[in-house]
Design a binder for this molecule. Structure first.
Ligand SMILES: [Mn+2]
Length: 275
């Protein structure tokens, strides 16, 4: 199986500053691969270094901007159809919509979404136009069923949440009964023919991950995140998206360091299972 890393430095319609996050991660991956190629001793990186390809979008012309969704959807469709393992790096959370729309073409797809927010906001102060905070309401096609974990929402009534999410486990649910929450996530995702894992970086507590535009307290810790990823991982995982990393708000590269470690862990987790 090959692995495709896609970088989409797009941050219009919310969270401006996150395009730089995608660019920084693309640089980090290039550097990681250069180091891997230069290393003469055996390291674990050998399990993924020859499988890994990357593609970085650029937004230098109006045309690039106008067609970003169509191009992104084509890239996602091709990779998913060819059963490449897909790592998808935004930009803002909106950059994940084309992948979700592609996944929604198949009934068997389920998305496990980790986010501090529910991204279906239509409150009085929210924009009606599509944005990074309401894009799940604006899909052009069907979306896959979404199992949510980690939100700290204090606004939306349960009935409204249930209209958009098959299941939503808040950060409070997680904090109070973590093993029940994990079992529930495993139950909901195990039967999926194809599982997508969508991580908005603000699901993490700002103490561990300050580099986001919409920080909320009482977030997940990095070990919580690992516990969830490990708990649901399997051959049915088609890919992972990571968005909303805003390096301008980072502290001494703390968040960047976390993401690079996570990226390498994901690469190893996926490729060592194959060797
Ligand atoms: Mn969010």
């Amino acid at each position: 199986m090959s692995i495709l890393a896609v970088f989409i430095p797009f941050d219009l319609f919310g969270s401006s500053g996150t395009a730089a996050g995608a660019e920084l991660l693309a640089d980090a991956l290039r550097e990681m691969q250069n180091d891997n190629r230069a290393e003469r001793r055996a390291t674990r990186a050998r399990s993924y270094q020859h499988r890994l390809r990357s593609r970085e979008f650029t937004f230098e012309t109006l045309d690039d901007v106008n067609h970003w969704e169509k191009t992104a959807r084509e890239v996602a469709r091709k990779a998913l159809d060819q059963r490449q393992f897909l790592l998808w790096f935004g930009g803002n959370h909106l950059t994940v919509l084309p992948v979700l729309e592609e996944l929604g073409r198949s009934d068997a797809s389920v998305c496990l979404q980790l986010d501090a927010h529910l991204d279906v906001y239509h409150l009085s102060g929210c924009t009606r136009e599509r944005s990074h905070g309401n894009f799940l309401r604006h899909s052009r096609g069907r979306l896959p069923d979404i199992i949510h974990v980690g939100h700290r929402d204090l606004f939306l009534p349960p009935r409204e949440i249930a209209r958009h999410f098959r299941r939503a486990i808040s950060a409070v649910d997680w904090a109070v009964k973590p093993s029940e929450a994990l079992e529930s996530l495993q139950r909901e995702t195990n039967s999926a023919g194809r599982l997508w894992i969508d991580i908005d970086c603000d699901v993490l507590d700002p103490a561990f991950f300050p580099a986001v535009e919409g920080p909320l307290p009482f977030g997940l810790s990095p070990p919580d995140l690992l516990q969830i990823l490990d708990g649901v991982w399997g051959r049915h995982v088609a890919g992972v998206s990571i968005s909303e990393f805003s390096p301008g708000r980072d502290r001494t590269d703390q968040s960047l360091g976390l993401l690079i470690w996570l990226l390498e862990w994901l690469l190893l987790r996926q490729s060592e299972a194959l060797t």
